[in-house]
Design a binder for this molecule. Structure first.
Ligand code: ATP
Ligand code: MG
Length: 180
């Protein structure tokens, strides 16, 4: 499985429809301060279901929608998609390519889609659980996260290793079953 593409529309500073293609190998994103590098990482977190405005560096969840500039009107919604290559079927869906999309309007409520079919946040979270890709995964290491992992309490650190070992799904299923 590999991240092939990120598509943004109206997300933070990306008012224009923007495509970022990740070729095989390493992709580095460089640019001056304030040019939108961190906004790209925020977009990846957001589409994977991030619910915390603070983690997304905003005051409210609507702050992810392009808020306008002197020359350009604010937008009424934003949408981000991640495209994964799934030729190796490492994600348990019978598609060679998986498109995960999140959209939000100024009115609030987020919508999620898997390969353009409407789905729940839970479906997105379940799909990526134990792959390391989910918003709690270790695939996005934010500023300060390394220190955090090193200095955290054993219990918290264990979560990172459990995700890497691929056993979080069993714990989640057990917790769900216990609730019933
Ligand atoms: P640095 O090198 O300083 O870390 P960066 O490239 O990571 O910079 P970002 O933090 O990604 O920069 O981008 C910040 C820019 O995004 C700011 O100019 C800010 O005004 C703009 N921005 C953030 N949210 C919105 C929004 N909702 N609408 C319009 N612009 C936004
Ligand atoms: Mg930054």
């Amino acid at each position: 499985m590999r991240l092939k593409k990120l598509e943004l529309y109206g997300f933070k500073s990306f008012a224009e429809r923007t495509e970022i293609v990740f070729k095989e190998g390493i992709t580095a994103i460089v640019g001056p301060n304030g040019s939108g590098k961190s906004n790209i990482a925020d977009a990846v977190r957001w589409v994977l279901g991030e619910q915390s405005a603070k983690i997304l560096r905003g005051a409210s969840m609507q702050d992810v929608i392009f808020g306008g500039t002197q020359r350009r009107k604010p937008l009424s919604y934003c949408e981000v998609s991640l495209v994964f290559d799934n030729e190796d079927k490492s994600l348990p869906l019978d598609y060679a390519e998986i498109l995960v999309t999140r959209r939000v309007y100024r009115s609030g409520e987020s919508e999620y889609f898997l390969n353009r079919a409407s789905c729940r946040l839970k479906d997105v979270v379940d799909l990526f659980r134990d792959t390391g890709i989910g918003k709690e995964g270790y695939s996005i290491i934010g500023q300060g996260r390394i220190d955090e992992i090193l200095s955290r309490k054993g219990e918290d650190r264990r979560q990172v290793f459990e995700e890497a070992a691929g056993i979080v799904k069993f714990r989640a299923r057990k917790e769900e079953a216990d609730k019933k």
